[in-house]
Design a protein. Structure first.
Length: 272
């Protein structure tokens, strides 16, 4: 049997298939996880069809091979409404369950996506304790880093490595992403080092996320999920500010929402 999760976000869409074995909530045993990630299309339904369709084709499977599917992310309602999923669940639930499934000790999850950032607290039974979300401003999200990377003339993927190489760091005073972009342009025009600017951008991101963490509180162990978890500079700065060594999941942190959705599909489909 195959259980599926589809996560349609603001910038990317992910699909996950869990084949064979079982994934109890607090332990992962004998599971084959297949995944795919793409840039979103204008219509969330097209994104869902494309990402899951490509994943199925790559593994010589069809939609009929899916026993149960759960959708999540911004487009979750439409994906379920068109029959691509039997159920939809919030990103909070999916990231929380996904993180606890791969790392039972995790208690705090910092999820930074394209257009929002979330801090989620879980208890020792894997139940939600509290969460806070920032979805009102681009600052503190993947979109902020994407815009800043473009301003520096580099890719999103290069930003973290540049920041780690920086001999210094240039502090950004603007709290708004639009004004921060203008500020970065100003520094570039004055000939400041791009590495130092990359460092300042990543630290600015960490500062914004820490404001959310303080509202929820932090309990060890801590894990980052979402695309920004791949930025080594943001992760390192958050570890320094929190005085923790974050857990590293054994799968791509960007697919954690879709993975959690697939775990919930297992439960709903009667496999657990």
């Amino acid at each position: 049997m195959s259980f599926a999760g589809i996560d349609v976000g603001s910038l990317t869409a992910q699909a996950v298939l869990i084949e064979d074995g079982r994934t109890p909530m607090l332990k992962t045993i004998g599971v084959k996880v297949l995944s795919k990630s793409i840039r979103v299309k204008p219509n969330p339904l097209d994104s869902a069809r494309s990402v899951m369709g490509e994943l199925l084709e790559e593994n010589e499977l069809s939609w009929n091979d899916i026993t149960y599917c759960v959708s999540t992310g911004y487009g979750r309602d439409k994906v379920q409404g068109e029959g691509l999923a039997q159920e939809n669940m919030s990103e909070i639930s999916c990231h929380g369950i996904g993180a606890v499934s791969v790392a039972p000790r995790v208690r705090t999850i910092i999820d930074i996506g394209g257009q929002d950032a979330k801090v989620i607290r879980m208890d020792d039974r894997g139940e939600l304790v509290n969460f806070v979300m920032n979805d009102k401003c681009a600052a503190g999200t993947g979109r902020f880093l994407e815009v800043m990377s473009r301003t520096l003339g580099i890719t999103f993927e290069e930003l973290g490595a540049m920041a780690q190489r920086a001999p210094g760091s240039i502090e950004l005073s603007s709290r708004c992403s639009i004004f921060a972009e203008t500020e970065v342009l100003h520094f570039l025009q004055k000939g400041h080092d791009k590495n130092d600017l990359a460092s300042g951008i990543c630290k600015s991101m960490a500062d914004r996320v820490m404001a959310l963490v303080r509202r929820v509180g932090v309990e060890k162990e801590v894990m980052m999920t979402g695309g920004v978890a791949k930025n080594i500079a943001v992760r390192a700065e958050l570890e320094r500010m929190l005085n923790v060594r974050m857990l590293t999941p054994n799968l791509d942190p960007q697919i954690m929402g879709a993975y959690g959705a697939a775990v919930l599909a297992q439960r709903a489909g009667g496999a657990l």
